[in-house]
Design a protein around this ligand. Structure first.
Ligand code: FUL
Length: 689
């Protein structure tokens, strides 16, 4: 080629390359969030506090006839709540200013059923004011839950009550500074006290409250607040109380088809709709304990770390916000067990997102780009900086070159939702060291944030493909992390036959154990299959991450005599539940009695009683007598007494006595906590060793 011509050609190529490619302006895909919804979405994680009359009456739904004097926290400290939330990275709190029982946590002019008549501070206190101030002092936001249903108010069900409800709302939205969210429950109408009428009152959920009129009041008094309800208008219920959004979660909602408390909401509407007409994103609400309110008997039932991690990844990781509830206790503080579990979650999440695969702009290439919406914009987590393929292309891909082999198990991706939620389906493929490609995930929606938990994946490159979208996708961020294994000790599971399984919560780890009281790592025994343990034995076990070489804490369990040869004497229906080694199944005895044949003589020096573990408890044994026998006919009393705090703390009870030979044992309930027939989840014996 002539050298002049070559130079000319080169210049033309350079000129074309250096020209910024044309950026086609993007038109939003409707619906889109407004500013208050965008601000709210950025909060991601905030607290719920259920603290009200029910805290002091041990109820979940009070009837409305409670004496206001009963409200009396002994050491109310909202600064403790705010400190805990701040430390956990939560951005605010929503408090139950009034629950269904109608008791108001502020000195309202609308009813006498409020803190004005509480024993607390001789009726001069204001919980709402103190909580709002404590949270603002920490730079956190404040919101209110105001139950539309009011089982105390005599006017409930009449137009007058709607005025009272609105007056309450006005007080809350006028006197306590900026409110970020107003929360309306779907539970509406039913039996109640209603000023002494004690009757059933049903309302027309769709029309009774005249919601448009109420929404107008909120917009006027707190224009920045989002309004929560099944039908929004700004934020919607996720449709369950487990804290889980759905793998397909649209922020678009067919809002006009929905009203608060409609029975078919959860099934039909709660995951949002691709063709939804309004922007109404999902909020996942869940309590850190089984109940929303504090019950001392749930102190041992605070959610475990694996449960809390599932909640995080299934809510924030699925295009939803997470509203995590603390049942504030009777002192007026978040219980220490709840704080401990919360901080375990927070620490583990920090760990999960601490090892990010570092990427440079040169590592990214896209199948197409729309001008300045270039692929390198994906590196910044700013929503306004995003990648979009050529205008109108609904399918496109980004290849990420890792510069050598890297391992990851988390993938995070975000859409620029200010232009509407667009992606309908996407896929992740990885390239191994031999250059082969393999698909590892096929998913649907992304939305504000999507996080995939994946198996440990070693790859030299990843291809992120959007297969379908409502219009050209607008992806604002993507990232890969290598989360360390969740190193929890194995869960020891033993059945009636003495078969012991050591279950792990995360795949890919090893378990070491010992049956002789020695350190399980030094014992060198690796768990590969179920063990048979018939006699009293001390089991120790530990989990090891083979990649990092790290160990979990050691779990130690004193296994008692296996129940293989046991039978229940004169038991009747469900009596097998007594000795099935499963504390979630129960036996109820009208005779308040359980008699067991141990199959052969044993040197017995004690017994264990596992009370019922149901959500609602009945027949827990309070006072007991325990007998033994060699022939099942003549019985000797071994011990008697009471399970002191069993109503408040229904954990396994352990009673020891002087050793004696016995073939038969008998536990007699002299009284139960609620005068109902005695219930038994499990009985065990302690043998002399
Ligand atoms: C439910 C209520 O009935 C519960 O008591 C609780 O307040 C929960 C957050 O919402 O619908």
């Amino acid at each position: 080629m002539n050298s002049k011509l070559f130079l000319f050609g080169l210049l033309v190529v350079l000129f074309v390359k250096c020209q910024p490619s044309q950026t086609e302006p993007l038109t939003p895909v409707l619906p889109i969030p407004d500013e208050r919804q965008l601000d709210w979405q950025g909060m991601e994680f905030y607290a719920f506090a259920h603290f009200n009359m029910n805290t002091f009456t041990n109820m979940e739904w009070g009837m409305g006839d409670e004496d206001p004097a009963l409200f009396n926290p002994t050491d109310f400290d909202p600064k403790q709540w705010a400190k805990v939330c701040k430390e956990a990275g939560m951005k605010g709190i929503i408090i139950t200013a009034k629950h269904h029982d109608g008791f108001c946590l502020w000195p309202t002019a609308t009813t006498e059923h409020s803190v004005k008549n509480a024993a607390w501070k001789d009726g001069n206190g204001d919980i709402i004011k103190e909580v709002a101030e404590a949270f603002r002092a920490e730079g956190l936001k404040f919101g209110v839950y105001l139950s539309p249903w009011d089982r105390n108010n005599p006017e409930y069900g009449t137009p007058k009550y709607v005025e009272i409800f609105r007056a309450q709302l006005r007080e809350l939205l006028t006197n306590y500074g900026e409110i970020f969210e107003v929360w309306f429950d779907g539970a509406n109408g039913g039996s109640g006290y209603y000023g002494g009428a004690n009757e059933e009152r049903r309302v027309d959920k769709k029309n009774y409250y005249d919601w448009p009129g109420t929404i107008e009041i909120i917009r006027e008094l707190q224009p920045k607040a989002v309004i929560f309800g099944d039908a929004g208008p700004d934020v919607r219920w996720v449709g369950n109380e487990h804290g889980f959004a759905y793998p397909t979660t649209w922020s678009n909602l067919l809002r006009d088809s929905i009203y608060g408390g409609m029975p078919e909401y959860s099934k039909k509407y709660s995951s949002g709709q691709e063709n939804g007409t309004h922007w109404v994103p999902a909020e996942s609400d869940v309590s850190i304990r089984p109940g929303w309110y504090y019950h001392p008997y749930e102190d041992h039932k605070v959610k475990s770390l694996p449960e809390l991690l599932d909640i995080y990844y299934n809510s924030i990781g699925r295009n939803s916000a997470l509203l995590l509830n603390f049942p504030v206790d009777r002192t007026g503080q978040i219980h220490e067990n709840d704080v401990t579990q919360l901080m375990k979650l927070v620490d583990k999440l920090k760990e999960d997102f601490s090892q990010k695969i570092s990427l440079n702009s040169g590592d990214l290439s896209a199948s197409s780009e729309n001008g300045q919406y270039a692929v390198e914009n994906l590196l910044s987590s700013e929503m306004g900086s995003f990648w979009s393929p050529a205008s109108g292309e609904v399918s496109a891909s980004v290849t990420i070159d890792f510069d050598g082999a890297r391992t990851f198990n988390r993938f995070l991706v975000q859409e620029n939702i200010s232009l509407g939620q667009r992606v309908k389906s996407f896929e992740l493929e990885v390239q191994n060291e031999k250059g082969e490609w393999q698909s590892i995930a096929k998913e649907t929606t992304i939305g504000y944030k999507r996080i995939l938990r994946l198996p440990d994946t070693k790859a030299t490159a990843v291809k992120f493909t959007i297969h379908d979208a409502k219009d050209s996708p607008v992806i604002s961020h993507l990232a890969f992390y290598d989360a360390p294994k969740l190193l929890l000790p194995p869960v020891v599971d033993r059945d009636k036959n003495g078969t012991v399984k050591l279950n792990v919560v995360e795949e890919g780890v090893q378990v070491y154990y010992s049956l002789n009281g020695k350190d399980p790592v030094q014992s060198g025994q690796v768990y590969t299959q179920a063990l048979e343990v018939m006699h009293p034995t001390k089991l120790k076990a530990v989990t090891k991450d083979p990649i990092s070489g790290k160990f979990s804490e050691v779990v130690e369990v004193n296994l008692q005599l296996a129940k293989k040869n046991w039978t229940v004497v004169d038991g009747g229906e469900n009596s097998g539940n007594l000795i099935d080694e499963d504390p979630t199944t129960n036996y109820i005895s009208d005779q308040n009695l359980a008699t067991i044949d141990l199959g052969e003589n044993q040197e017995v020096s004690g017994f264990t009683y596992y009370p019922m573990q149901n959500r609602y408890l009945s027949g827990l044994i309070k006072e007991f007598e325990f007998y033994t026998s060699l022939d099942g006919k003549s019985w000797k009393k071994a011990t008697a007494g009471e399970f002191g705090n069993i109503a408040n703390s229904p954990i396994e009870q352990r009673i020891e006595f002087d050793a004696r030979a016995a073939r038969y044992i008998q536990l007699k309930a002299k009284s139960t906590t609620d005068a109902e027939p005695a219930s038994f989840a499990e009985i065990g014996v302690i043998l002399t060793q």
